[in-house]
Design a protein around this ligand. Structure first.
Ligand SMILES: [Zn+2]
Length: 250
């Protein structure tokens, strides 16, 4: 692996054991702009690694230090996720810097190969459960959309990075009937909220399909149903929630 040292001053001491991996996109015009920002003491942001489009990797913060990438975030009941995680910034313009035709900029093959190699090395060095490998949008669904529905989560999962169900997993869930939509209330909404919380999302079981619930459903869809990022929990979404819930906490 080709890793260049590009030290950032933006770190402090971990306050919890390291047991999570958080993936981001940079969301800026260029990788250089993102790297410069993460090394600027005024910006007060950083990550442990940044991966360029061509697969080169820069390391900004040592793994045993607390980099500043997650912000206010929660997963599986934990907060201060900077203290618990390694953060990887992947160079990609994301939702703000789109291609001329309006589509999201693709992640190049060489870049994803480097993401996989680095994640595998990190998982080998630290005890990181599969269910604690997350995107920024999973842990901050009201604020963040990265690494985006164009990030190849299924490909990573096939390479041993993150949770993905087999086809039977989604068929065997005992969920049927119709889906749920924003504004609805009742026991079915409560049950869906409880399943999403069991996966890890910071979502109280209020019984009301409110703004936070819609944001969490969108974050879930970006991750596991990238062709239907609507915020509405249609039947395929409910079945996938059930399948991921069955795999959670491994
Ligand atoms: Zn991010």
């Amino acid at each position: 692996m080709d890793i260049t040292a590009s030290p950032s001053p933006n770190f402090d001491a971990r306050r919890h054991p390291l047991d999570m991996l958080v993936l981001h996109y940079t969301g800026m015009e260029t990788g250089q702009a993102a790297l410069d920002r993460m090394r600027d003491p005024e910006a007060k942001v950083s990550a442990h690694y940044m991966i360029w489009e061509d697969g080169r990797i820069d390391q900004l913060v040592a793994e045993d230090r607390r980099a500043w990438h997650a912000g206010v975030a929660t997963w599986q009941g934990d907060d201060d996720l900077n203290s618990r995680s390694i953060g990887i910034e992947i160079v990609n313009g994301g939702h703000d810097i789109r291609l001329p035709d309006g589509s999201l900029p693709p992640y190049p093959h060489d870049q994803i190969a480097a993401v996989i190699e680095l994640c595998r090395a990190i998982i080998a060095r630290h005890e990181i459960p599969q269910s604690r490998i997350v995107g920024h949008s999973d842990i901050a669904p009201l604020r963040k959309q990265d690494p985006g529905e164009h990030f190849p989560w299924e490909h990573l999962a096939r390479a041993g990075i993150g949770v993905w169900p087999d086809v039977e997993g989604t068929q065997n869930t005992d969920i049927d009937g119709k889906g749920l939509a924003p504004g609805e209330t009742g026991a079915s909404v409560t049950q869906m909220q409880e399943m999403l919380a069991a996966i890890g999302y910071g979502l109280p079981a209020t019984g009301t399909y409110d703004e936070l619930t819609e944001a969490v459903v969108k974050a879930f869809q970006r991750r596991w149903l990238p062709d239907r990022v609507t915020g509405t929990a249609d039947l395929p979404t409910l079945k996938m929630i059930g399948a991921i819930r069955a795999l959670a906490r491994r």
